[in-house]
Design a protein around this ligand. Structure first.
Ligand code: KG4
Ligand code: ZN
Length: 340
């Protein structure tokens, strides 16, 4: 088996232009250029995202190679996010990867973005411990909230998901109502640290299966703010940390409730949490408490929680071992539901 696999990985599924170089599962470079232009619109504008990827993809790839000290001739393969994601954004990455593959005569690897979020747990850095198989992975991001049973790096089964909004959206939309910048999740996280999480109550979603739902809470949060603002126009200003902490507690309790149901249903004691929202400090401490109940809990390093190309590279490393390559006809799949 080849033991020195060098992969240039590209991620452009949403609003981060990212390129990384990996040597096997170790990250030699991981450059992430976040598009701040969306801040003034309070959300990602697809048309602007595609244009910005086009502007930055080559400079970002160049920087990733230079930082890693790797020349194109030393690469074993180029990998790219094929989907799911915004069509115009995915196209830029896929096109760049196909061009590199043809120009440098190296294999092309197409990666599923959600599988890569899960495999970010297998990036080798700072003695990070990967979970043992089989494990259940809760992936919480801006676009997805899902539970996946992972038997090995190639065997993924979707066992639960949100019926409506993703939990990252629930963070970001509430943050917008509170006048916080986009994306608001990290701001709620920080403000909640000094807030009273029991000050305000929100009613839970009463699902029974392995489904999440966050659209109801979003609407009730809007009414909660409107009603309190009517009584006191300074309500948000006077209570911001408490509002953030109470709302965040509600979201995390919803995630915990359904995840515990999945673990008991499948009789599994290994749990992982990945995706942008897994960077949340309260989520980490609440899920971390499960260790006391005999459940082993893993998180990716914080730098690999939100979108990044290093996770695409580690997923591609496993595909390289199995020679799962794509041809030059590769096209993006903006709605790619299966983990193939
Ligand atoms: O995985 P990701 O970068 O992109 C998608 O694939 O969607 O996730 C982005 C999401 C955003 O909703 C952002 O607000 C949320 O992750 N996020 C957080 C935190 N850091 C990022 N949410 C709560 N607390 C955080 N610390
Ligand atoms: Zn993502």
């Amino acid at each position: 088996m080849q033991t020195d696999i060098r992969i240039l990985a590209i991620e452009t599924s949403c609003d981060d232009t990212s390129c990384a170089v990996l040597r096997n599962r170790a990250v030699l470079s991981n450059v992430v250029s976040s598009q701040w232009i969306h801040r003034k619109y309070g959300g990602v504008v697809p048309e602007l995202a595609g244009r910005d990827h086009l502007r930055y993809i080559i400079p970002v790839a160049d920087e990733a190679l230079k930082t890693a000290g790797i020349k194109p001739a030393e690469l074993s393969a180029v990998a790219v996010t094929r989907g799911p994601g915004l069509p115009g954004s995915l196209q830029v990455g896929v096109n760049a990867a196909k061009s590199f593959s043809l120009a440098w005569n190296i294999p092309l690897i197409a990666v599923h973005h959600m599988r890569a979020h899960i495999l970010s747990l297998f990036i080798e850095k700072d003695g990070q411990q990967a979970p043992d198989f089989p494990f259940i992975c809760l992936t919480v991001s801006g676009g997805h909230t899902q539970l996946v049973l992972v038997k090995n790096p190639y065997d993924f089964t979707l066992i639960g998901k949100t019926r409506d909004d993703a939990v990252g959206e629930a963070f970001d939309k509430a943050a917008k109502l509170l006048g916080l910048p986009y994306p608001g999740g990290p701001f709620i996280d920080q403000l909640a640290v000094v807030g009273d999480e029991n000050k305000f109550q929100f009613s839970p979603y009463h699902g029974k299966a392995l489904d999440f739902s966050f659209s109801g809470i979003k609407t009730s949060f809007l009414y909660f703010l409107q009603e309190n603002n009517r009584k006191n126009p300074d309500f948000i200003k006077e209570n911001l940390p408490d509002i953030c902490a109470s709302y965040q507690r509600h979201l995390i309790q919803e995630l915990l409730k359904v995840t515990l149901r999945a673990l008991s249903q499948y009789g599994i004691k290994n749990l992982a949490v990945t995706g942008g929202v897994s960077a949340n400090s309260k989520l980490r401490s609440e899920f971390g408490k499960l260790e006391g109940e005999g459940i082993k809990v893993s998180f990716p390093l914080r730098e690999f929680c939100t979108d990044n190309a290093a996770m695409i590279g580690v997923a591609a490393y496993f595909d390289f071992l199995e020679k799962k390559f794509s041809g030059p006809e590769l096209a993006p799949l903006s709605r790619w539901n299966e983990f193939t």
